[in-house]
Design a protein around this ligand. Structure first.
Ligand code: 5AD
Ligand code: SF4
Length: 395
């Protein structure tokens, strides 16, 4: 989501004559798009902003924009403590980013502005389909900094997809609970179906679905459309039904596993997010998470230590000692490594459709990496027999 937001902000900055550089000393402006989902992310953003004071003082006219979720949560504090930030634009105001620039005397639109061209040349074009989140997971700050869920009209989404598909063969639909998309009865399944009809679109992915919003119409649309990638990043968070209830995740471990079984029948690979050390997680709960991880055989997982976020219900609970949490995290990471290697090795001897993202590497529909010694055209899909894997890449 943040990457897509950054890209959108970049396009607007092009309209003010800016170009992209990754060399700090060449830059006249630094855009910091922040995340606040865990304490660590927020600290990193603030300490980077702190370090930029020196950079700004070294040359007249240098500017800093501090944007996104941490800017939403800490806007006032940033204004007081970091005067080097010229513009603070919180996540709820990102829609108004162009107006904020226009209103600021610091930025002048350029008549012969770089017409918004693509900010990135990646194979995947990201398209936001909804903003915010109406789930109230007990640990999560997102609904507070991004607001309630609201779906973008299918006309706008499909037009964005058509535009992106001209240069990006893979489309990634984005939303905090992407499959909760519903615009006046126009459902997520219907939207997927329509995106698949765009001739230039070769593959469709989406991020992040929530298990409770997976309905029968989704399975149906997947069966009918080969363009939909056979990979789902489906956050689990915990394998204990008791902890899931405490987290207010709205599904049981058994219900989650049922979804995995359905998806596997459709040849899906599944990756996930898991939080370890949630305050109510006992050793037995953690064991249940490990057991479910083994059963689901995830191809990949992001594993996070619980991070208390001020204002969320979970932040009021007594934390588990860090040593225990770290120990659980290491055990889980080892398990995930094994699962991931298995997912790769299970593909040996099978034919896979590779979408090339560089001349010699690309991803399967199931989101596994493939590398070859031959040279291929970036952006093309080729059916390839998988000969080998070291557990981290297909060959
Ligand atoms: N602590 C740790 N991890 C969190 N996530 C969200 N909030 C927290 C938190 N307070 C994780 C969840 C989510 C992912 C994007 O970040 O696993 O799926
Ligand atoms: Fe946060 Fe995702 Fe839960 Fe929404 S569904 S509150 S974004 S963890």
């Amino acid at each position: 989501m943040n990457e897509a937001d950054s890209e959108e902000m970049l396009l607007h900055l092009f309209g003010f004559g800016y170009q992209k550089t990754s060399v700090l000393n060449e830059a006249d402006l630094v855009l910091i798009n922040t995340c606040t989902i865990r304490d660590h992310a927020e600290h990193r953003a603030l300490s980077y902003l702190g370090r930029l004071a020196k950079w700004k003082a070294e040359k007249q006219g240098r500017k800093i924009i501090f944007a996104g979720c941490a800017a939403e949560r800490l806007g006032k504090l940033v204004q007081k403590r970091f005067p080097q930030a010229d513009i603070i634009c919180g996540a709820k105001s990102l829609d108004k980013f162009p107006e904020i620039l226009e209103k600021s005397s610091l930025f002048k639109p350029i008549k012969t502005a770089n017409t918004p061209k693509e900010a990135s040349k990646k194979v995947t074009g990201q398209v936001s389909i909804m903003r915010g989140c109406s789930c109230k997971c007990a640990y999560c700050i997102v609904p507070y900094v991004r607001g309630e869920a609201s779906s973008i009209s299918p006309e706008i989404v499909l037009e964005n997809c058509r535009q992106k598909a001209k240069t990006h063969p893979e489309i990634m639909l984005l939303g905090q609970t992407v499959n909760a998309y519903n615009y006046k009865g126009f459902t997520f399944a219907k939207l997927l179906e329509e995106v698949c009809k765009i001739p230039e679109v070769k593959r469709v992915r989406f991020l992040s679905p929530h298990p409770v919003f997976i309905k029968d119409d989704f399975y149906k649309v997947v069966q009918d459309n080969k363009k939909i990638a056979r990979h789902l990043h489906l956050p689990l968070q915990s394998g204990s039904t008791k902890v899931l209830k405490d987290m207010k995740r709205l599904y049981t471990a058994e219900e989650y596993f049922e979804i995995i079984k359905n998806l596997k029948q459709l040849d899906f690979l599944i990756s996930t997010d898991i939080i370890v050390g949630y305050p109510t997680e006992t050793e037995e709960d953690f064991k249940q998470t490990l057991e479910l991880v083994k059963k689901c055989n995830f191809s990949f997982a992001y594993c996070f230590k619980f991070s208390p976020r001020e204002g969320t219900p979970a932040a009021e609970l007594k934390e588990i000692p860090q040593k225990i949490v770290e120990n659980r995290l290491n055990i889980l990471l080892n398990e995930i490594r094994e699962c991931s290697a298995l997912a790769y090795k299970s593909r040996i001897g099978q034919k896979e459709e590779i979408l090339f993202e560089t001349k010699n590497s690309g991803r399967t529909s199931g989101n596994l990496w493939y590398r070859t010694n031959t040279l291929e055209k970036v952006g093309t899909i080729k059916e390839i027999l998988i000969k080998d894997s070291n557990g981290k890449i297909l060959k």
